[in-house]
Each structure stands twice: as C-alpha cells, then as structure tokens.
Design a protein around this ligand. Structure first.
Ligand code: BDP
Length: 723
C-alpha cells in the first residue's frame, strides 16, 4: 500500500517535472510579439469574458475567411480556451460587423465614427441582456475594432460598460523598410530582410501574414518595401510581380504597398538619356511605368523618394528643384490616386556653415509649389535621428504643403538592437513641440493633422526595425518601438506610459509587480541613453560609417559634416554648435517665439543647450555646476541609470518567460558595457579640451582614451547601400 502511494507521488512529481521541462522547451521566443494570446488565469475574469463571448454574431461578409473574424476567434481560443458559437444577432453576447450590415435596432444606439477607418465598441442592453457591439464604418474599421477589443481582453479590462469611439488622426501610417534586394537591411539590426525576393512570388512565408497582422493590430496601413537608397530594378517586371504577391497578402489587413524609387530609373531601367523631370519622354516613361504598376497592384499607395541627398540622383542635376521632381511623379500617380512622399532629408551640396539649415533652405521657397498628391516627408529633427534633436524647423514653415513625419524606429543612433531604448518619449517630445506656426498651440502633431488644402493627405512614417531574427526586432524591448510607433501614428495624443503599459501586459504578463516598475524603466530609458551618449544637446558624435559606438574624435571623412568635430566644436574655450542669432542663425528658421527661446541662454533648455550654443567649460549651469562638471555628471548618470535598470530586471526573474528574461538580461549586460564605453570615451576625449579633472566621487574611467580610439569593430551590422 505504502509502496503504491510512493509510486503515485513519484509519478506525479515526474509528470510535473515533464510539464515544466516541456514548458521550457517551448518557451516564448518572442515571435508572437504582442499578439501572444495566453490563457487568462484569473478565473472570475475569464468567466465573465466567457459569458459575454460564448455566442457571437458576425454580419454578412464576415465569413470564415475574414481576417477580423479569424483573429477574434484566435484570441478567444488562446485566452479563454473555447470556440464561440456563431449565432443570430438576438442571441449574441458580441456582435461584430460594419454599420450598414448590423441590425438597425443595434446601430441606432451607437455613435457614428470619425472616418472610414474608425469604429465604435459599445456595451448596450438589448434582447434582455448586455451585448457588446464592435462596429466599423468599413471592414477595415471592423478589423481595427476587433484588435482594440482583443487588447482589452489581453490587458484584462472590464467589458461591461464599454463606450469607445476611435478613428485615426493621420491617414497614411506607414513603415519604411530600408531593405535591399539582396536582403541586407540598411541600418537594420535584426537579421536579414524579411522579404525573400528570391522565393517570391511563388513562396508566401507565414511571416508575411504575421507581419500584416501585427501591423493591422496597431493601425499601420502602409508599407514601403524597399530602401530609400533605392535600386532601380525594383521597377522591373521581375520585381513587380513579387511586389504584387506581397500586396495580395497585405490587402485583407488594410495595408497598402508603396515603393521607394530611384530618380534615375528612366535612365537605368528605361534606357533614356536623361531623367530630367521636365523632359517629355521622361514624363511619359514615369506615366507608363505607373500605369504598369497599377496593373499589378490596383491599390498601390505610391512612391517614396530620396533625391539629391547623400549622393542619390535628383532633379537638381538638371537645374530643376524638388517640386519639379515630385510633381512629375505626382502627375503620373494622380489618375490612380497614388501619392508621392518626397523626402526633405537633403544635404547634397556643400554644408557651408551649418548642415542643419539645408532642408529648410531648399524646401521653404517651394512651399505651395507641390502638386496636390505630394506630401513632404520630414525627419523629426534637422540633422539625423539623433537620441535628441529639437523639432525640425520645417514643421513650422510649410503652411501650404502637407508634411509627413519621419521617425526612425530602427535604433541606428540609439544603441542598435542591444540597448533598451523605448522611443515613445522621443516621438512624443517632437509631436508635442509647439511650432507657434499659427500661434501658440500649433504643435507638430497639429501641423501633421491639418490639411493645407482639400486634397491633401496626412501621414507619418517610421523606419522599420524588423528583420529575420526570431523575435523580429533583435531586442525583445525593440518590439515596443514598432508597437508604440503604430499606436502614436493612430493617435499622437496618447501617452507613452499608457502605450508602454499595454505593450508590457500584452507581451509579457499582467502582473502588476512586473508592469509598474518596467513602465518606469521604459519611460526613463530614452533619457538614460541621451545621458551616456549625447547629453546637453550634443549630437552626431558616433563612430564613422557604421555609426556604432562613440566617435567624438572623428575628424576626417568624405565630407566635413560626416565628422563629429563639425558638430561638437570642442576647443580649449568650450564646446557646442553656435546656431543662435550670433552664430549660424539656424534659430531664425523657427517662429519668433521658438527662436527667442533657443537663442536666449536664460530660456534655452539644458537638453538642447549645446545644440544651439558654444559655451565655455566654466559656464555656470542652472544647477550651479560648471558646464564641464554638468557634462561629466550626465555621462555618469547615464551609466548609473543602466545599473538601476539592471537591478530592476534582475528582480523580474520568474515573473516572465525564462527565455525572454534571459535574453533581456544578457542584452542589458551588453548595454551596460557599451554605456560605460560611451561615457569613458567621451569624458576622456572632451577632457583633452577642458583640461579639468573628473570631479571627485566619480569612478575612474576603465581605460585611457587611446584604448577607446583604437577599438575596431569589424562587420558591425547595418551597412547596406542600394543593393
Ligand atoms: C542616415 C543613415 C543612412 C540613410 C539616411 C537617410 O545613416 O543610412 O540612408 O539616413 O535617411 O541616418 O536617407
């Protein structure tokens, strides 16, 4: 008898062990992103959801192949572990569909939605019970509504009194892939390009479908498939048939395909002698090419163009301007409702006294000269996606031209995919910045949302951080940047904290003892990196070419504005780029209120100080410290904050999946090393000018400056080129 009992206990233990082991083997590798629908263990909550969702009604047209229906059922099966019954509207706890197809009795109790992509989710009382209705104006709206509803379940919100009315504030919410045809990704840190051009169009990878699902879940509705440093081959039938295959996969998820095009394509592909935008043959070539593209992809979105920038061909080679170039393509696209996203990231000629002024100088005179279907895509700041930049002056200067924001989701300048850097606060800082263009309160977000003319389109773009790494983005937390970009593109008013909170719950766990401290760490992470890389307004002091690691000493490059010394201007007297009215006068590109704020040392924020001013090492800061001391302090604070992050994360063991836990733990250790390297290299380098000691109380740098200068990083990732 005793033997038998012992045997039972032993078998039970073995069973538990096998389960635990199996669980480890099938650990979370991050592939499912925030669409991992784990079982809800809170019994009471699961029971209340189950009661509401047991019976579902889908309107006509939402048959088994409908992607919103599939996603909803997938989510319910995962979180609640059952398959709902599909019933008539009267018997349903949840009704899902487009307005016009829902029973009139139901729609009459719903508010109408803002636009074609909008939806409402409302709990109503009808047929003697509570019914939840997800109603979209169009099928796309329904899809977005379903994803929002799933988010409520994923984040364990009550659904008994819902009254949600949502619509996107910006129309074109697109990812820009800097993916090359040979599958390298320019500034990509998560493996190769997910587009397997060689196997397309015959082979549709499941990852394409999951990519579309993930994008739709956060409201992204467009994707530019290829690098802005474009290869003209993209426009040949060989590739267009592949583009069509991807467009067909994405269409049900409301995602349109766009292409980056090379300005010289008429020469390279069309064998013409010129690409002059005013040449009749060239114009005809683009028209014919665009007509051809629409035969493959009837809902093709349009072109993204990098011209006369970093060696890319453009209209200026023919004595024409950006508007001439953009309008030529716009004319070809207009009959199909396609658009041109023309980039303002230009700095082709001599940087003269300040590269930061170039885009404004070239584009401001063209305000109002662009065709109706052109939108000018402007990077968040005037230099280049630095950890911190003041908002780009063009946002306050183009009243007659639709402008589109370009953020960089991939972490080219913010630690590749090794550093935990949550970008939402960076996005938010720029979106909330006041341009004063049409008086106080004309924030950058408002500028983006406002249509300067009736036919204008609005939009926002993010340079994608996606690759073939199993977890898509390289760092588990880099997924939060893809996620946050989508959520903020939908509604720039959302808070970084709310988005972080949702993402953490959906990706890892609803456990508050995990979520709350990690929201704080995510929110702090942007400033942490600014501190150990480029505090007080410093910028562009990274390694040359690869942009990896510190390189404040870089003083030789093909062009002066590719060096670091051009930007920090450290000398025995002080440090910083004088862009004030007494210097390069870049501040004059802002509205007078903003200009004054940045010009005046009393009002210029510390965070932008050395962006706008060259100050002596002994300049007295607001804190009372000298500039030198303050600078050192920020570098050390940056490293200390990574230590804090490390401690908090170490305490998360057991709260999240082990594989994810270990991945982040190892990455933070690397981040720590790199943060120390940034700090030590920069402090030692700037010390050669300040000639002042590192104040007492700060740990000594690990190595002499020469050690950091001599470090080599062969094959650091992310170098692409237009191949
Ligand atoms: C820079 C990148 C370069 C891109 C360029 C761009 O280093 O690889 O081609 O931006 O946006 O930051 O065109």
């Amino acid at each position: 008898m005793i033997m038998r009992q012992q045997f039972r206990v032993l078998s039970l233990l073995a069973f538990v062990w096998i389960l635990t082991w199996a669980n480890r083997c099938f650990a979370d590798d991050g592939y499912k992103l925030w669409l991992n629908y784990p079982k809800i263990n809170d019994r009471a909550l699961a029971a209340s959801y189950t009661q509401q969702l047991r019976q579902i009604y889908f309107t006509d047209g939402m048959g088994k192949a409908n992607v919103a229906r599939k996603e909803l059922l997938l989510g319910v099966a995962g979180m609640l572990q059952f398959t709902p019954q599909i019933v008539k509207p009267e018997s349903a706890g949840l009704l899902v569909g487009t307005y016009q197809k829902l029973p009139a009795g139901v729609t009459k109790s719903l508010a109408t939605v803002g636009n074609d992509e909008g939806y409402v989710i409302k709990t109503i009382t009808a047929n003697n019970r509570k019914q939840v209705v997800i109603a979209g104006k169009t099928e796309k709206g329904v899809l977005y509504g379903v994803f929002n509803f799933l988010r409520l379940l994923q984040t364990q919100q009550p659904i008994s009194a819902l009254n949600i009315n949502e619509y996107p504030k910006l129309e074109r919410r697109v990812l820009n892939h800097w993916d090359n045809l040979n599958r390298t990704v320019e500034r990509g840190y998560a493996g190769a390009s997910i587009w397997n051009w060689h196997k397309l169009p015959g082979y549709i990878d499941q990852q394409y479908i999951d990519y579309a699902r993930a994008n739709a879940s956060i409201g992204i509705n467009g994707t530019v498939l290829n690098n802005v440093n474009a290869n003209a081959l993209m426009l040949t039938p060989e590739y267009l048939v592949k583009v069509k295959a991807l467009a067909d996969v994405f269409r049900p998820y409301g995602i349109r395909v766009y292409l980056s095009v090379k300005f010289s394509s008429p020469i390279e592909v069309g064998k013409l002698k010129t690409a002059d935008p005013l040449n009749i043959e060239v114009r005809q070539w683009w028209k014919d090419k665009v007509d051809e593209i629409y035969k493959y992809v009837p809902d093709f979105g349009g072109f993204l163009v990098k011209a006369n920038s970093e060696g890319q061909p453009g209209p200026q080679a023919y004595g024409r301007n950006h508007a001439d170039g953009a309008n030529m393509m716009a004319a070809a696209l207009a009959p199909h409702n396609g658009i041109v996203m023309w980039r303002a990231f230009v700095y082709d000629s001599n940087p003269l006294n300040d590269r930061a002024k170039q885009a404004y100088d070239e584009f401001k005179p063209l305000d109002g000269k662009f065709a109706d279907n052109v939108i000018v895509q402007v990077k968040n700041g005037a230099i280049d996606f630095q950890p911190r930049e003041p908002f780009h002056p063009l946002f306050g200067a183009m009243a007659k031209t639709p402008l589109m924001m370009e953020f960089q989701i991939t972490q080219e300048y913010t630690g590749f995919s090794t550093h935990l850097f949550y970008e939402a606060p960076l996005f938010k800082e720029v979106l909330d910045a006041d341009t004063y263009a049409a008086g106080k309160g004309t924030t950058v977000a408002k500028v983006l949302e406002t249509k300067p003319h009736a036919k204008a389109v609005t939009g926002i773009a993010g340079v994608a951080n996606i690759g073939t790494d199993r977890n898509w983005c390289g760092h588990p937390f880099a997924q939060s940047n893809w996620y946050a970009f989508g959520r903020m593109a939908w509604n720039p008013d959302q808070s970084s904290a709310q988005i972080a909170n949702d993402w953490l719950r959906m990706t890892f766990t609803n456990d508050k003892s995990f979520v709350q401290p990690m929201v704080q760490q995510m929110l702090a992470s942007r400033e942490n990196t600014v501190n150990y890389m480029t505090p007080l307004g410093l910028h562009h002091i990274m390694g040359i070419n690869t942009h990896y690691g510190p390189g404040p000493w870089v003083d030789k490059a093909e062009r002066p504005d590719w060096t670091a010394v051009y930007y920090h201007k450290a000398d025995s007297l002080g440090i910083g780029f004088d862009r004030s009215s007494a210097g390069s006068k870049a501040t004059a590109q802002y509205a007078p209120q903003v200009q004054q704020k940045f010009d005046n040392l009393a009002t210029c924020p510390d965070s932008n100080l050395l962006w706008f001013h060259h100050l002596s090492w002994n300049y007295k800061m607001r804190s009372g410290k000298t500039l030198w001391f303050e600078l050192v302090h920020h570098y050390y604070e940056g490293v200390d904050s990574v230590r804090r992050l490390q401690t908090v994360w170490n305490g998360m063991q057991g709260k999240v999946d082990r594989e994810q836990y270990m991945a982040v733990k190892q990455l933070i250790a690397i981040q720590m090393e790199e943060a120390i390297r940034w700090r030590d290299a920069c402090v030692l380098y700037f010390q050669t000018f300040s000639k002042q000691p590192i104040p007492a109380g700060y740990e000594k740098p690990l190595h002499p400056l020469s050690y950091y200068r001599d470090m080599q990083f062969h094959f650091a990732p992310g170098i692409g080129g237009s191949i």
